[in-house]
Design a binder for this molecule. Structure first.
Ligand code: HAM
Length: 403
């Protein structure tokens, strides 16, 4: 028997209902915020992610599904959605056109991680990217959108917030941090020694307990922001306060992708185990220019659909549509015709086998139909159909033409 690959799941039955319910809810809300759908390829040039997400990140350094295609191109399955959307934005010359461009997307992402609960190798994200607005109100609006989506799905959460500074204050802070870590370098883990070379601020979210204890007194990013970043950060907090959105400041929140500056945020759930991040995002004002476009401010987020599916409170199921059945073989071809017509406006299930009434009623109940409509030999003779409303428990026999 051939099974699916490790960390790659099928989505069907109940899971599929949750999956589509989430996508539909998130789509409706993203559209209310003025975002438009974008679809980018699953496969991109590896260089896009190396330059976009950053070679020092685990995602690019260790987790990419990278290979040479038959034409000798170095390609990989997308590990995240932002870099592809930025590429499309530049390729379509929207950077040169100026103005504001807002996109949402959903689809599969691939990371060769060690699979565990909540951590897959193929998983799905719902994400949004906004280009052209350098106002912190847009950052707040991203956070409010995630908040609205989670609320609509009945998902409790905590919001963690940080500012990663800009090209003025970040390099100065980085120097300070390197100076601090250098003093304890002989005691920190090998990963942190490597991070000091590649991307020093990533030491802050090291999961090693010894490192965390050593960094307890490390200089904090938000105490080292330039006046502009500091202003933006306090404005953001004020907007969130005014809109009753609770947050925690997490000075160690640096995000696993290298493109962020200023606002960084993560939504976490305490109900799904150790892989608790359900959404993450922030501002990435330098990425468009970094990928050879015209400098354009940008901000966005992505939500992990599989993690959210565990938490979604589904609305109560209501009975919909028809179940149509025959009690005699002769009525089957008529049933097919009726079903075909009825499906123009309604959801219809039907069985290709003639059965007794009890069996049909049971089947109608199983598919959650509102009406069970049956043709037996009497109905066939009189060109009528027996219909039971399974919600109100009423029944009647009506002419086929009225049905
Ligand atoms: P990210 O934090 O890497 O951000 O991923 C966003 C969400 O995807 C996570 O919060 C998590 O729920 C889900 N996720 C990530 N990895 C896995 C996995 N292996 N298995 C299951 N779920 C996972 C990004 O990808 C950025 N592109 C977000 C962004 C958009 N920033 C700006 N715009």
């Amino acid at each position: 028997m051939i099974n699916s690959l490790r960390g790659m799941n099928d989505i069907l039955s109940d899971d599929y209902e949750r999956f589509t319910y989430f996508i539909n809810t998130a789509t409706t809300i993203a559209q209310r915020y003025g975002f438009h759908f974008i679809e980018t390829p699953l496969l991109e040039e590896t260089a896009l992610f190396k330059r976009g997400v950053g070679e020092s990140s685990d995602i690019v350094g260790k987790e990419m599904y990278q290979f040479e295609d038959k034409g000798g191109n170095d390609v990989c399955l997308r590990p995240e959605g932002t870099a592809g959307v930025v590429r499309a934005f530049i390729q379509k010359k929207l950077d040169k056109a100026g103005g504001t461009h807002r996109f949402f997307y959903h689809g599969a992402m691939f990371r060769y991680e060690r699979p565990q609960k909540g951590r897959l190798r193929q998983f799905h994200q719902f994400g949004v990217e906004s280009f052209g607005v350098d106002n912190v109100y847009e950052d707040a609006s991203m956070i409010m959108m995630v908040h609205d989506i989670l609320k609509a799905c009945g998902i409790g959460h905590r919001l963690q917030l940080n500012s990663l500074g800009c090209s003025i204050c970040m390099p100065l802070y980085r120097k300070k941090l390197i100076g601090f870590v250098a003093k304890v370098e002989d005691k920190v883990c090998q990963d942190c020694v490597r991070r000091l070379e590649t991307n020093p601020i990533r030491v802050l979210d090291c999961k090693n307990n010894t490192c965390q204890t050593l960094y307890a007194d490390a200089p904090k990013l938000i105490s080292n922001l330039c006046s502009e970043c500091e202003d933006d950060f306090s404005k953001l907090k004020t907007i969130l306060d005014q809109n009753n959105i609770e947050y925690e400041i997490d000075t160690n929140l640096v995000r696993g992708l290298d493109y962020y500056s200023k606002t960084a945020f993560e939504f976490v759930s305490d109900n799904i185990g150790s892989q608790s991040a359900i959404a993450g995002g922030g501002r990435y004002d330098r990425l468009v220019e970094f990928l050879d476009g015209k400098a354009t401010p940008a901000v966005g987020f992505a939500m992990g659909i599989e993690r959210l599916m565990e938490l979604i409170v589904m609305p109560e199921k209501t009975r919909t549509g028809y179940y149509i059945g025959a009690m005699d073989e002769e009525a089957l071809s008529l049933i097919v015709q009726i079903t075909h017509k009825k499906r123009v406006t309604d959801k219809v299930s039907f069985d290709y086998k003639a059965k007794n009434l009890q069996k049909h009623l049971k089947a109608a109940d199983k598919v959650n139909a509102k009406f069970c409509a049956i043709i037996g030999s009497n109905e066939l003779k009189d060109a009528k159909i027996w219909v039971k409303d399974l919600e109100n428990k009423t029944e009647s026999t009506i002419k086929l033409e009225e049905f």
